[in-house]
Design a protein. Structure first.
Lengths: 186, 360
């Protein structure tokens, strides 16, 4: 009677399997594992780094430049191992404020600036977060924000953008029409 | 419907004399709604299939949350977007393919399921071509598609395609037999091959409360229903019998080389075949367009509603099968057909015959 027991076993095991999938289908509201990413986000991982994660950002940092202090020495551009910093400068009158180009003549350390920064781009999609650009900076104007050194931000740990070009952070504050006139002078 | 249109146009004095053009126009008028129904059926069924599969695997399936372009609430526009994508995709024909057969194969597969729909009744009157061999006709036409599958596999000049189409030929030819044999009890009980007579033989109620459907007629009919339904699932190449496509072994089987519009035709035909198999099971065993509460909610519109909802339930069961069971091996498939389904269907025929002889 091996033939009939095989039929019976087949049918009973098939019914068991189907009941399992049907139960999962009915409990989808409770058992769902998908997160609707841009709307829902993963909870922040809890990790002991010596700080309390309630008041510090524990995950990622990113580069920021204080353009009022930058003198355009290109040391950070040379230090970058992946060449993700692009700087273009233009020679201007020493120590002069150019209001329409958001240019200040003297840094907060008292150094007079000789160069107007017409371009200061950091491509964060290439950045490897090595921090090597921050050490040579004589004015200490390029630095990492986020992490334990800055105030806590709620969701901005993934730094994701909808467009790839938005990953290039443009720090130069020269308006485009002024930039055009400087390009013509060259 | 074709007869209705021919009578309608023939009664108009002005165009009475153009008999041949009247015929062509009538056929077109009956055929275009079928095409529309097939397209809508595929759109809805693909969406439901993705949702059902997702829910069974604890996922959400297509969803439309977020900023920017998205697929509507709960992703309802997802299949529409997919259809537009398929229509605008590049149509690639492999260099070493047999070009004429390669172009012909999707047409044959599509025509196979389209022509089968012509004999499929949605209620007592809503049928494109009403004739007294409906059941036999649909059984014959639903296996025309295998020619297209073999052609697609052969003409692609690709080992995956050829393997897939060879498997498909073996599978469909084998499973035609239990499918047809397990429909014989219906013909024995109703004494007709026409869908109308088969459904009308199931009116009334049995045992007081149950509707007088053939599946409740006697215990053997329950076996016959499942034999036909599983053989039908095998015939439309769905998991667990999807050896011809077998994406984990054969890339996509006989569809490997197809893309864009031609691939969309395969998909349309697959979901139309699902509807036909589920529909034949509904008409033969589950009372067709009759309401589940005998004597209530019967009528033309209710008839379409009951038929489509019963058929949709069977299609859901097919999806349930697909997302539960693993694929069979070729020898297991053949063994199941010839050693279990064929004796089973003979057993059912004899059993139903004896039951009918003794109980009536």
């Amino acid at each position: 009677m091996n033939y009939f027991t095989a039929i019976f076993q087949t049918i009973s095991t098939l019914i068991t399997g189907m009941s399992v999938t049907f139960k999962h289908m009915l409990k989808i509201r409770k058992g769902n594992v998908t997160l609707q990413y841009p709307v829902e986000r993963w909870p922040r991982p809890e990790r002991d780094i010596g700080f309390s994660s309630d008041s510090y950002n524990v995950i990622r940092s990113r580069l920021t430049v204080d353009m009022d202090d930058c003198i355009g020495c290109l040391k950070c551009e040379r230090a970058c191992p992946v060449d993700c910093i692009k700087i273009e400068t233009h020679k201007v009158e020493k120590g002069e404020d150019i209001v329409e180009a958001n240019h200040t003549g003297v840094t907060s350390n008292g150094t007079t600036k000789r160069l107007l920064l017409t371009r200061f781009d950091i491509d964060m999609s290439e950045c490897c977060y090595c921090n090597l650009c921050t050490y040579p900076c004589p004015e200490e104007c390029i630095f990492m924000v986020g992490g334990p050194n800055s105030t806590r931000h709620e969701i901005d740990y993934e730094f994701s953008e909808y467009d790839r070009n938005d990953m290039i952070y443009r720090f130069s504050k020269v308006p485009p029409d002024i930039l055009q006139s400087y390009a013509e002078k060259k | 419907m074709v007869d209705f249109y021919i009578n309608l146009f023939s009664s108009i004095e002005l165009i009475k004399s153009y008999q041949s053009s009247i015929f062509i126009i009538s056929v077109l008028l009956a055929g275009i709604p079928i095409f529309g129904f097939m397209a809508v059926n595929a759109l809805v069924a693909v969406y439901v299939e993705r949702k059902v599969s997702a829910f069974m695997q604890d996922r959400l399936g297509p969803m439309g949350h977020g900023v920017g372009l998205h697929a509507g609430k709960w992703g309802v526009l997802q299949t529409l977007a997919d259809a537009i994508k398929l229509l605008t995709k590049e149509d690639i024909i492999p260099e070493s393919a047999d070009k004429k057969l390669f172009l012909l194969a999707p047409c044959i597969i599509f025509i196979g399921s389209f022509v089968a729909f012509a004999g499929f009744p949605f209620n007592e009157f809503l049928i494109a071509a009403d004739f007294n061999l409906g059941l036999f006709y649909i059984l014959a036409m639903s296996s025309v598609g295998v020619i297209g599958i073999i052609l697609a596999g052969y003409s692609s000049n690709n080992k995956w395609s050829l393997y897939g189409s060879m498997r498909s030929a073996a599978q469909i030819v084998s499973y035609e037999i239990p499918a047809a044999l397990s429909l014989l009890p219906i013909v024995m009980l109703s004494g007709s091959l026409a869908f109308k007579d088969i459904v009308l033989a199931q009116t009334g109620s049995t045992l007081g409360i149950l509707p007088n459907w053939f599946i409740f007629n006697n215990p053997f009919m329950i076996i016959a229903f499942w034999l036909f339904f599983i053989a039908g699932v095998a015939e439309v190449n769905r998991t667990p019998f999807d050896l011809p496509e077998a994406e984990s072994e054969l890339v996509a089987g006989w569809m490997t080389e197809y893309s864009g519009m031609r691939w969309a035709f395969f998909f349309l035909a697959e979901y139309a075949n699902m509807f036909i198999v589920a529909g034949v099971a509904t008409i033969g065993f589950l009372g067709g367009w009759l309401s589940p509460i005998p004597g209530y909610f019967d009528g033309s519109i209710w008839g379409v509603f009951w038929l489509v909802s019963k058929t949709s339930f069977l299609i859901f069961v097919m999806m349930w099968f697909r997302w539960t069971f693993p694929r069979l091996r070729t020898d297991q498939l053949m063994r199941m057909c010839w050693k279990f389904f064929l004796p089973g269907s003979f057993f059912v025929i004899i059993g139903v015959g004896l039951w009918d002889l003794i109980m009536r």
